[in-house]
Structure formats: C-alpha cells, structure tokens
Design a protein around this ligand. Structure first.
Ligand SMILES: Nc1ncnc2c1ncn2[C@@H]1O[C@H](COP(=O)(O)OP(=O)(O)OP(=O)(O)O)[C@@H](O)[C@H]1O
Length: 458
C-alpha cells in the first residue's frame, strides 16, 4: 500500500461511494473498488459498484500540482466525451472536500467502470487462445480513440483493463491528448519501454511533446510482441537497456530481431508498428489504428499476412515530382530531388546520454538543428523536401526559429546526389547554401531554411 500515491482507508465515504479495497496504483493515481452507499439515491443513474481513481493534489509542489490538475482535466474531458465500448467508462468526477483528512482534501476522484483485472497482472495466466483476441480489442480501443481525434500516449499492459466477461477496455487517459491537425501535444509519454524512438529524444516544448497516433502504434507493436511471445521486442534486461537498444535501432546501428514464435502475419504487423520513424510506421502500419485494425483482425483469425496498401516509394516520388512542378520550381541540373521517401522530422533536443548533438542524426539523413553545433531541436530527412511545412513532414520549430546548424549524414547515392542544397523559401526558392556529404557546420544567423534538395555538386 505504501506504493500508492494516495492512501484511502476502507469504509471512507466520497459522495455516494464507500471505499472497499485497493485495486491498483500508477505513477499518479491510486485506484480503489467502491460500492454505492445504501442511503444514496437509487435513481441517480450510477451503477452499484465502481472503481475510484484518486489523483492527489495536497502534498505536491505548485508545478507538480499544475501537472496533476492538467492530467485530471484531460482525463475528465476525454472520458466525458467518449462513450465507446473499448474505452473504460467514466461516470462522474468528484473533488474531495474533507479538511479532516488533509492528504485527501482537494483530491480529484474519477468514478470509473470497474474492471476485473489489468493485463499487467493477468498476462502470465492468460490462455494462449485468448491472446490474439485481447490484442484485437486493444487495437479496436485505439482505433476508437484515434477515430475520435485523440492519441492515448501511454499504452502498456497496466492500462489494458479486462472486464469480468473477458472483454478489453483501454484505461488511463491521463496522458491522452487531442489532435490539433496532424499532431497532439502530450504532457508526457510515460513509459520508456513503450515510447517510440523519436519521442525518446524529443523535446518537451512549451505545450508538451508533439505526438502522433503512430506513437500508439509503436506501443501496440511492443505490447503485441510481449503478449504473443512473453518477451520484449528489443534486447536488454532493464527498461533503460531496452531504451538504449531502441535508440541504436532507430539510428540504424542494429536490426530488429523479432521472436521466431510470431506467426508470419503477426511478424508483419509488429515489424510495421516498430518501424524506425513515424513516416516508415505510417507507411507500413498506417497513420492510425483504424488503418491497422483490419490486418490485426485477420491475423487474430489466423489468416495470412497482408501488407499495407499505402503508396510505395515510387508513387511517393511521382507525387513529389508533380508537387514540385505545381510549385513552378525550376530545378538546377545538379539539384534533382531524390524520392521524398523517408523524411524523419522532429526529433528534438536530446535527453539521453546515448544520443546527443549531431549524433542524433541517423545515417543516410540530412539533419537541421535549431541551435549551433547540433543542439536544440532537430528535423531529419532522407529525401528532398520542397516545403518543410506541407503537413506530411512538417518541421514545426523552423517557423519560429532559424536553423542554426546542419549535418549531412547522407550515404552514397548511385546517381551522385550526395550534397544538400538548402533554400530560404518553400519550393526550393532563394538558395542559401549547400552542405557537402559528411559535413557538420553552423549556419550564419539569421538563416531561415524552408526547403532543401539533394544535389550532385555544391
Ligand atoms: N477502472 C478500473 N478498474 C479496475 N482497476 C483499475 C481501473 N483503473 C485502473 N485500475 C488499476 O489501477 C492501476 C493504476 O491505474 P492507472 O494506470 O489509471 O493509474 P496512473 O497513475 O494513471 O498510472 P500510470 O503510472 O500508468 O500513469 C491499473 O494498472 C489497474 O491495475
């Protein structure tokens, strides 16, 4: 019980609820089973039993308090708006008014549908025959969330709840955030083992971390591997060792070695979810769980693997050519775009000891940084980008701050497009300079860079 962020005695009354016993705890909340008190109104529409999630307020610093209140508000807002069968239902939110118990006074209490267990504790005893069904229902929950315009942000076994009838509900929306266009701003992506590489080194900006639904797909890939094989997909005995392995994998230093226990169909799905970058994940698994769900359903039914029908590289190149033509760009003979196939924008300031400064730039990419010497936020591309804000690969920080340094970490190219010319305007207009293959350099200030292309000569 000492692991509980907030301890509530058995028999404690909150509104119409009487606390029965502890159910579980996370980093922020303590969850208790409760029954509706006999003297409460019978026609208030509330069930006889519920799970009460206590989010403490009393004993924190003002900054922690703001964060907790923010978490509580997000959870109340999301659950209040969604009524979907794969998401745990919230009946009401209460605030404890109990000056006699200062540790409880002011706490926010979410009154939730009561689950029988979480996947965290149920997984070791879960029959093999149930595992693919559980994953399908997790994917359904994510699809419902993504369809409603939200990103979960903390999918993991502790947040997969199992109901008494064996069905699945996603819980814990404290890190969930609503999409604003292609991104949402998460207050945190909580658990390193389930965090996609681009968020492991991403910056925590003014509004939070920029996160996309594909972050949940990475977490789904990790979860699926764990549920189907009993092991993590990345090597290492501790979360920090696995996080380092994820970073080595994302940099291209290591390949993914999935368990041979996975069927071919699940191998395809897990491999696609664990693609190195957001763009590769979006291509391989889909941009949201809604696109992935049919493949998961088929794999769960034992049907053969089906690859994503998203556009192939050549199609992407054709679209790019059209887009460049439409922009009225005249390309210089030595500045022909390579396929805009693998842009990996928005890997931000380093927070790890393993990848810092210029070292964050993955092989084959050109990386621009918001601070000198490879510092600050980073955007990386393996292809050309005639518009850094075209929505597909937008480099968000570049509209508020100039690029201050660059690393051309590109590899050999059969046609010799190994240098990078960069421009002050979208559409490869107003050439600012060029960075040779292998070079890292600071850029003169101010140097607003808004497009670039691979070039044969600098
Ligand atoms: N509705 C529920 N019914 C039954 N048990 C629940 C319910 N919600 C949560 N739990 C249990 O309580 C645990 C902690 O809940 P939850 O993950 O919501 O808390 P948290 O502090 O937000 O966690 P995290 O550390 O993931 O941020 C869960 O792992 C689960 O065991």
């Amino acid at each position: 019980m000492s692991d509980y962020p907030i301890t509530v005695p058995t028999g404690h009354r909150i509104g119409p609820w009487t606390v029965e016993r502890p159910l579980g705890a996370g980093a922020f909340g303590s969850v208790y089973a409760a029954v509706r008190s006999e003297d409460s109104s019978a026609d208030d529409g509330l069930p006889a039993r519920a799970a009460l999630k206590f989010l403490p307020t009393g004993t924190r610093t003002p900054r922690q308090l703001r964060h907790l209140r923010d978490l509580a508000e997000r959870e109340v807002e999301l659950l209040g708006r969604l009524r979907s069968p794969r998401l745990i239902r919230m009946y009401e939110a209460l605030t404890v008014d109990d000056p006699e118990h200062p540790e409880l006074d002011g706490a926010t209490v979410l009154v939730l549908e009561e689950a029988a267990d979480s996947l965290q504790t149920a997984l070791p005893g879960l029959p093999a025959a149930d595992r693919a069904r559980v994953l399908t229902q997790v994917c359904e929950g994510l699809a419902q969330l993504h369809g409603a315009g939200w990103v979960h942000g903390d999918l993991k076994p502790g947040n997969v709840l199992l109901m008494a009838d064996g069905s699945v509900r996603l819980g814990d929306f404290s890190t969930a955030s609503e999409l604003e266009g292609t991104h949402a701003y998460a207050t945190a992506f909580a658990t390193a083992d389930y965090t996609p590489p681009e968020l492991l080194w991403s910056d925590f900006g003014e509004h939070g971390t920029r996160i996309r639904p594909t972050a949940d797909l990475w977490a789904f890939g990790v979860l699926a591997h764990l549920v189907l094989t009993g092991g993590h997909p990345l090597p290492g005995g501790t979360p920090s060792a696995r996080r380092d392995a994820a970073l080595r994998y994302a940099r291209g230093d290591e390949e993914l070695r999935l368990s041979p226990e996975l069927s071919e169909a699940w191998r395809e799905i897990v491999g696609a979810c664990l693609s190195r970058s957001h763009e590769d994940r979006a291509r391989g698994a889909g941009r949201t769980a809604e696109s992935l769900l049919p493949r998961v359903q088929e794999a769960a039914e034992g049907r053969p693997a089906r690859r994503s029908r998203r556009p192939l590289l050549t199609a992407a190149a054709a679209v790019l050519t059209l887009a460049v033509t439409a922009l009225g760009v005249t390309l210089l003979p030595d500045e022909t775009p390579r396929a805009k196939a693998k842009a990996t924008p928005k890997a931000g300031a380093t927070v790890t000891a393993t990848a810092a400064g210029y070292e964050r730039c993955t092989p084959r990419a050109v990386c621009f940084f918001s601070a000198p010497d490879g510092g600050g936020e980073m955007c990386a591309w393996e292809g050309d980008d005639p518009d850094w804000f075209d929505g597909q690969t937008d480099c968000s920080w570049a509209d508020r701050t100039s690029a201050r340094s660059v690393f051309n970490n590109g590899g050999p190219d059969p046609k010799g497009f190994v240098h990078v010319a960069y421009f002050a305007e979208a559409g490869l207009q107003r050439r600012l300079g060029c960075v040779e293959r292998g070079r890292r350099q600071n850029l003169p200030t101010p140097a607003p860079v808004l497009s670039h292309t691979w070039a044969k000569r600098c």
